[in-house]
Ligand binder design. Structure first.
Ligand SMILES: [Zn+2]
Length: 252
């Protein structure tokens, strides 16, 4: 018999819901008979399960399948990502499959992250403000923000929303501080969603010790844009049903 709970809030209630069976839970969500707080649901879901590499690899694989299905359907490239406020689709991003190897040399990584990156980033922000003004204007940056960026090279704030410089290929994997590896991305929610803890790639990477590697399907920004979102190029985020991502996490 189906539970009458429609908005379980406590850990106990969430456990009871999940105990009904994952297929049933997904069905209730699709039928809009059950709503859950995404983060709490995932916390409960993951706590009782043993996340071995095989399971995480399967989740990564499913996202690649999801991407392939979209392509076959003629839809534009996009990734589906976790954010605590809800699941989003980032149009223009792609899931790139590769072996992520956490840098064994932590001294080198610390240098690249804490010494090299801040300097090169500041120079790059000044550079794009001067040389890619129109792109930034089209992406919704006011001229005054661009002018300030050209002067101070600091992370810009647009309409109260902070932007950050993200490494397309992660610095901790094999990525570097060449500026063609940079993209300026809105922090909340796009950048946070790209690094969202409950993304399969992020879960896989979080488990790595220096020198270890794992196959991931990593959300990777569009190569032809220096800024995200960029509605002028139809690169933008869209809220989708949480159940779309939760379906990826079915190993029952
Ligand atoms: Zn980042």
């Amino acid at each position: 018999m189906t539970s009458l709970i429609t908005y379980p809030r406590t850990v106990g209630d969430l456990k009871a819901v999940i105990a009904q069976g994952y297929d049933e839970v997904m069905k209730l969500m699709r039928d809009n008979k059950l709503r859950v707080n995404l983060k709490r649901f995932l916390q409960v879901l993951f706590k009782g399960r043993n996340h071995d590499d095989k399971t995480l690899e399967m989740f990564n694989r499913r996202l690649l399948d999801w991407q392939n299905a979209r392509r076959l359907a003629g839809k534009p490239d996009a990734t589906m990502v976790y954010h605590h406020s809800g699941v989003h689709v980032l149009t223009g991003f792609t899931f790139e499959e590769f072996k992520f190897e956490k840098k064994a040399d932590r001294t080198l990584y610390d240098f690249e992250r804490n010494t090299e990156y801040p300097k090169i980033k500041q120079k790059w922000l000044k550079d794009i403000a001067v040389n890619h003004t129109k792109v930034l204007l089209d992406a919704g940056f006011p001229q005054a923000v661009i002018d300030k960026m050209a002067r101070d090279g600091l992370n810009p704030i647009v309409g109260g929303k902070k932007y950050q410089v993200h490494h397309r290929k992660p610095l901790d994997d094999g990525g570097d501080n060449n500026t063609d590896n940079f993209i300026l991305i809105r922090d909340d929610m796009e950048h946070r969603a790209v690094h969202g803890h409950y993304n399969p790639a992020e879960l896989s990477i979080d488990r790595l010790k220096p020198g270890e590697s794992v196959m991931v399907a990593l959300p990777t920004p569009p190569a032809d844009s220096i800024v995200y979102p960029n509605p002028a190029m139809n690169y933008d985020s869209e809220r989708v049903a949480n159940v779309d991502l939760l379906s990826i996490y079915d190993d029952h």
